[in-house]
Design a protein around this ligand. Structure first.
Ligand SMILES: NC(=O)c1ccc[n+]([C@@H]2O[C@H](COP(=O)([O-])OP(=O)(O)OC[C@H]3O[C@@H](n4cnc5c(N)ncnc54)[C@H](OP(=O)(O)O)[C@@H]3O)[C@@H](O)[C@H]2O)c1
Length: 164
């Protein structure tokens, strides 16, 4: 284990109007972004809120899945762990061999905001009408652009590092 290399990374796909969710789901389907998400997070740990957990419906393979909930949940399993607060997840992340990816939704991004070292943001080239979950306008204000990458289908992913 090398805890020095562990980072807490927010990963999100955001529409032009800052929408990230609608009706408990992602309001779009971009296979290239799903592939990018899988490639980026595989082999690491992911932490999500219970709404996002319900939306995904099963643990994602080859990753430790951490679900935050203040209520009783299912029993934890091999790659599935239910925790009750951010500090339990942050404490655990110190013992992980990989990084901890904060995968949403909005409540979890907000709860982890002070701990996030970098953001990986897929820019969705759409405005989503009647969305019900949004990123705050200032979520990148303490971060600077580190690099950008184009995915299949013309989607752009930007990585932002926290300014020291
Ligand atoms: N575009 C993207 O990249 C992206 C990524 C992820 C999700 N989404 C979308 O976002 C929406 C879901 O987001 P959301 O904000 O409604 O829900 P969420 O953040 O996924 O889950 C919220 C729930 O997590 C638990 N929780 C939140 N903060 C906590 C804390 N500090 N400690 C312990 N538990 C905590 C609570 O569960 P209990 O009520 O069980 O206590 C809370 O009700 C969906 O539409 C989803 O598809 C989009």
């Amino acid at each position: 284990m090398d805890s020095e290399l562990m980072a807490i990374i927010g990963i999100v796909a955001v529409a032009e109007n800052l929408a990230i969710g609608k009706g408990g789901k992602l309001p779009w389907h971009y296979p290239a972004d799903l592939k990018h998400f899988k490639q980026t997070t595989t082999g690491n740990a992911i932490v999500m809120g219970s709404n996002t957990w319900r939306s995904i419906g099963k643990p994602l393979s080859n990753r430790l899945n951490i679900v935050l909930s203040r209520r009783a949940q299912l029993d934890s399993d091999d790659n599935l762990l239910f925790l009750r607060n951010v500090s339990e997840a942050a404490d655990l992340s110190k013992f992980l061999s990989g990084d901890l990816y904060v995968i949403g939704g909005a409540h979890i991004y907000e709860a982890f905001a002070p701990l996030i070292d970098s953001w990986i943001v897929t820019e969705i080239p759409e405005r989503i009408e009647n969305a019900d979950v949004f990123m705050p306008a200032n979520y990148l204000e303490s971060f600077q652009l580190a690099d950008a990458e184009e995915l299949d289908g013309g989607l752009v992913v930007r990585r932002y590092e926290r300014m020291s």
